[in-house]
Design a protein around this ligand. Sequence first.
Ligand SMILES: N[C@@H](CCC(=O)N[C@@H](CS)C(=O)NCC(=O)O)C(=O)O
Length: 88
Amino acid sequence: MANEETLILYLRNGCGYCYYVQDAIRKLGLTVEERNIWEDPAFEEELMSVTGRRVVPVLRAIDNEGASRWIPESRDIIEYLVSHHSAA
Ligand SMILES: N[C@@H](CCC(=O)N[C@@H](CS)C(=O)NCC(=O)O)C(=O)O
């Protein structure tokens, strides 16, 4: 059965690590909502309230009970997407 988590990527403009993750998302064909912390202060606040830092990218995976898992580090994000959301 497909993993039914809702995926949200916190990112900002001009972020190479974010592009790296976005590229992996495209290649995996996943649907991921993007929350640009430079475009919406509410997104920045969401990120800061959990991680305490403005560092992006951070992936938020919300399960079907509404629980959020927050994953920083581009390499860890990609590993997570490949292992939990890859069709292959
Ligand atoms: N090791 C991290 C590095 C992330 C990183 O350095 N992100 C930069 C943007 S590309 C950042 O958010 N810097 C802090 C800031 O801009 O305040 C990763 O691979 O995700």
